[in-house]
Design a protein around this ligand. Structure first.
Ligand code: UD1
Length: 341
């Protein structure tokens, strides 16, 4: 069983919640993050919540020298690889940056792992690789048809891992394709704090709720969905985190590449999400209907059965839990982590 875990992107939204969980479960945690879309304040909070320290390094994964230094200083048993750029719209604007950061970051990490005899990795993949779904819910065997550079970068990373496993039988890799993680830590101390204007719908709506942004633009109202707005499978970040720990604890079961969806199987439209968040924060959140966002698809909902059959894992929190926790964090931290603890 791994005891020391390297978490890349550990200061980010899912990474920081994962670090709390790992520390609470007795693991030693080493974080590498370059803070491009996160802040060191998140790691302060992680350690306060968990009541245990971690070791953090400021480095870009493409910096092999820095990465080698981390592997030399710590006896890493397993890696959870979150660090990446992840905004669909932005990826259409700056595709080369997306490929550079997401692919070169991953190959650099794999080279460093290989050079230091580390063979276990959980990779943060995405449901976006399925593209425009022909039918839902989506199983892991459905064809990948990514529609934007972000999604394509995740799909290519999966292929890179598959090829690495093919060549080096000692490698054990698990790609978790998660759907739309939202919510926050129930303590209200840790949540999603994007840099600049949020790209993702829940952080955006939370800033509307505290008056930092005026209203949500609902991207597309003419999709072939019940209310015309896009449908997603929102999943509580703590369920995603639990999925990562369970996956990591099963890395040793077998070598090679395995792929699992992490979702709830429940679809929610943008308008349903606006309603649920409005209930959670006790006021109607204003929105306007707008054009579709390039690269978006109509519906993405997981078939979560494979992971349940494999390890008994399933999501335990519903949309009301996600909205309540997201709002608690935003209410207590209207300016993100800037206000300190
Ligand atoms: C995308 C990826 C997902 C990934 C996530 C990480 C796709 C299809 N999905 O999620 O795999 O985990 O990024 O960030 O590539 N919306 C608005 N107004 C806004 C923002 C969003 O209406 O201001 C809508 C979007 O059109 C979408 C839904 O809200 O229908 C969710 O959007 P978002 O939170 O950005 O996530 P995805 O694009 O679904």
């Amino acid at each position: 069983m791994p005891t020391t875990v390297l978490v890349t992107g550990g200061a980010g939204f899912i990474g920081s919640h994962t670090c709390v969980d790992l520390l609470e479960h007795g693991y030693e945690v080493v974080v590498v993050d370059n803070y491009t879309n996160s802040s060191p304040a998140a790691l302060d909070r992680v350690q306060k919540i968990a009541g245990r320290p971690l070791v953090g390094y400021v480095a870009d994964l493409r910096d092999r020298h820095a990465l080698d230094g981390v592997f030399e200083r710590h006896a890493i048993d397993a890696v959870i690889h979150f660090a990446a750029k992840k905004a669909v719209g932005e990826s259409m604007e700056i595709p080369i940056d997306y490929y550079d950061i997401n692919l070169a970051g991953t190959t650099s990490l794999l080279r460093s792992m290989h050079a230091h005899g580390v063979h276990q990795i959980v990779f943060s993949s995405s449901c976006s690789i399925y593209g425009d779904a022909v039918r839902v819910p989506l199983t892991e065997d459905d064809q990948a048809r990514p529609t934007n550079p972000y999604a394509r970068s995740k799909w290519i990373c999966e292929q890179i891992l598959r090829d690495a496993c093919e060549r080096y039988p000692e490698i054990s890799a698990i790609a978790l394709r998660y759907f739309n993680p939202i919510g926050a830590h129930p303590s209200g101390q840790l949540g999603e704090v994007p840099t600049g204007v949020p790209n993702n719908v829940v952080p955006y709506l939370m800033q509307v709720a505290v008056g930092r942004l005026e209203k949500l633009s609902v991207f597309g109202s003419d999709y072939a969905t019940p209310d015309g707005t896009a449908v997603r499978d929102y999943i509580h970040v703590l369920d995603v985190v639990a999925g990562h720990r369970v996956a990591m604890e099963h890395l040793e079961d077998e070598s090679g590449m395995r792929v699992f969806n992490l979702g709830t199987g429940v679809g929610t439209s943008v308008l349903q999400l606006v309603s649920a968040l409005s209930v959670a924060c006790g006021k109607a959140l204003p929105y306007q209907l707008a054009d579709r966002r390039p690269g978006d698809v109509a519906t993405l909902v997981a078939d979560p059965q494979r992971v349940e059959r494999a390890w008994g894992w399933q999501a335990t929190r519903d949309l009301a839990d996600m909205c309540r926790d997201a709002w608690r964090f935003q209410r207590l931290n209207p300016a993100g982590y800037l206000g300190g603890i």
